[in-house]
Design a protein around this ligand. Structure first.
Ligand SMILES: [Zn+2]
Length: 125
């Protein structure tokens, strides 16, 4: 796309999807539906349970976790959770780099990783 085309598309999107318009609302509904569908796809792919403790009673508490705690390594493929779902579902990133954890296990893992990296004065109690 050349500069002129890019300028045209930017202006089109700015006006066509302007705040308060029906197009904007429709776009948001479609984006939400796509995100929900991709999340369901991810949950189906990994199984709808925490891979550490087995929690499975409410999928809202399940989170996609980067195994090995190096999320920045995948950031060149996906800069948001939504695009991360897509690149896992389409096979761009191998499924084995991630796991499903419940919110408790994910928080405990995150805090443990921080504790390992922090100096004693920064330790989280
Ligand atoms: Zn868990």
């Amino acid at each position: 796309m050349n500069d002129q085309q890019q300028k045209y598309h930017r202006e089109f999107n700015r006006t066509y999807f302007a705040p308060g318009t029906a197009n904007r609302e429709r776009r948001r509904e479609l984006d939400r539906a796509t995100h929900a569908r991709n999340r369901q796809g991810i949950l189906d792919m990994y199984g709808r349970r925490c891979s550490k403790c087995g929690f499975d009673s409410d999928v809202r508490a399940l989170q996609l976790d980067h195994k090995g705690s190096k999320p920045w390594e995948t950031h060149r493929y996906a800069r948001s959770g939504g695009t991360l779902y897509v690149v896992i579902l389409n096979g761009t990133l191998p499924k084995e780099l991630f796991q499903i954890l419940c919110a408790n296990c994910n928080t405990i893992k995150r805090l443990s990783t921080l504790e390992e990296r922090s100096t004693p004065k920064n330790t989280i109690l």
